[in-house]
Write a protein that binds this ligand. Structure first.
Ligand code: SF4
Length: 63
């Protein structure tokens, strides 16, 4: 499973990083970036939460 972040849609709310802090961090401008390429097995719940919590649906997950 992998994250895809639509940076054009993102408004920098930071909720994704709070939901999946091992996967997503925020830079100095509150823009999210990925900490790892793949979501490890067993941590999918946090990844799904990060995608769901984004208020502008800027995060999607792929297999
Ligand atoms: S929750 Fe959505 S809008 Fe907020 S930083 Fe993450 S991707 Fe951007």
């Amino acid at each position: 499973m992998r994250f895809v972040i639509d940076q054009k849609r993102c408004e920098g709310h930071g909720l994704c990083s709070a939901a999946a802090p091992d996967d997503i961090a925020l830079d100095d401008d509150d823009r999210p970036y990925l900490l790892r390429d793949e979501v490890p097995a067993g941590t999918e719940d946090a990844a799904v939460s990060a995608a769901r919590v984004c208020p502008v649906s800027a995060i999607s997950l792929t297999d």
